[in-house]
Design a binder for this molecule. Structure first.
Ligand code: SF4
Ligand code: SF4
Length: 104
């Protein structure tokens, strides 16, 4: 598993649907987004970056140093807040102002 969608945080905006390169995400009759088959997801993180409510969690496995932590993103105005929740209960956040990023 690489991503998980928290139904209670999904607002059905559809932003994630248009960016999945495998067309793996679909909107259900409940208006929430679901993944068609989790085994088809290769963890590109495109949907994660588009979800500004923190509804999509990305699994950081031991093989990439994440030791089972979950990564999510929330938007606060121009700032994206990246949050890592570790299995031991610790939380780390990284804030990036989108106005300052990608200046090259
Ligand atoms: S981007 Fe997030 S909130 Fe919007 S539909 Fe997708 S999972 Fe739901
Ligand atoms: S991580 Fe990439 S492949 Fe997986 S559901 Fe999200 S956009 Fe699609």
């Amino acid at each position: 598993m690489s991503v998980r969608i928290l139904q209670n945080k999904c607002v059905g905006c559809g932003r994630c649907l248009s960016v999945c390169p495998g067309n793996l995400l679909k909107k259900g009759e409940d208006g929430k987004v679901h993944i068609r088959n989790i085994r088809d997801c290769w963890g590109c993180t495109a949907c994660l970056k588009e979800c500004h409510t923190g509804a999509i969690l990305y699994f950081l496995g031991a093989d990439m140093g994440g030791m089972g932590s979950m990564l999510s993103v929330k938007e606060k105005g121009d700032v994206r807040v990246w949050r890592v929740d570790s299995p031991d209960g610790q939380t780390k956040t990284i804030e990036i102002n989108m106005k300052d990023s990608n200046k090259y």
